[in-house]
Design a protein around this ligand. Structure first.
Ligand SMILES: Cc1cc2nc3c(=O)[nH]c(=O)nc-3n(C[C@H](O)[C@H](O)[C@H](O)COP(=O)(O)O)c2cc1C
Length: 189
């Protein structure tokens, strides 16, 4: 089975990146074929509401979403990871999500998106410890998964890490990320 990791932080080897790597290592340990995309390295224009997708479920803009959409549809497991930026996911990741309106159209208007048993997981990271830190992002990620028929199956929400790579001081949390990847790979077989 295939597990796709979507790395939403612009900071390479930062907290989100390291947690996602652990999750993907966990999935790989359960025989998943894993792949990671680094959203910040891709050219993804935010949705412009041209609504070309209403015609055939394809966006009229040509950029790296042409690569992302097939990867999303091929994967049985998807792990989305993002730091919290002003109580939300990063702008880079949000642009990718909004461009999946094309999939939402396929599923809900054209009704030609094949049924699937895809499962998704969310890894969120923030510096503060507020109770509601992840509330908005969880709603975004749930709706994102729903757009292409994936179930929101798991999450790891990490509070109180800020500096680049600070997560390495929390091996317990890295282990939790590994375990999340294992669970996702197991549940998609
Ligand atoms: C633009 C920006 C906005 C941020 N907003 C929040 C926030 O609303 N809440 C929070 O807890 N941390 C916030 N942070 C801190 C990051 O979430 C935190 O440093 C995180 O560990 C970064 O993860 P990374 O290393 O994967 O990029 C913000 C950081 C930046 C750069």
């Amino acid at each position: 089975m295939k597990v796709l990791g979507i790395m939403g932080s612009p900071r390479l080897k930062g907290n989100t990146d390291l947690l996602l790597d652990e999750a993907l290592r966990g999935a790989k340990s359960r025989q998943a074929k894993v792949e990671k995309i680094i959203v910040d390295k891709m050219k993804i224009t935010p949705c412009k509401e041209y609504y070309g997708c209403l015609k055939d479920g394809n966006c009229v803009m040509r950029d790296d979403m042409d690569v992302v959409i097939p990867k999303l549809l091929e994967a049985e497991g998807i792990i989305v990871a993002s730091p919290m930026f002003f109580y939300g996911v990063t702008a880079q990741l949000k642009a990718l999500i909004d461009r999946c309106q094309a999939l939402w159209v396929r599923k809900n208007i054209l009704k030609n998106l094949p049924e699937s048993k895809r499962k998704g997981a969310f890894i969120g990271v923030g510096a503060t410890r507020g109770k509601q830190l992840f509330d908005g992002s969880i709603l975004v990620i749930k709706y994102f998964f729903q757009a292409f028929g994936a179930e929101y199956a798991d999450e790891l929400l990490v509070r109180g890490v800020d500096k680049r790579g600070e997560i390495k001081e929390h091996p317990d949390l890295l282990k939790e990320a590994f375990a999340l990847g294992e669970r996702l790979a197991q549940s998609t077989t």
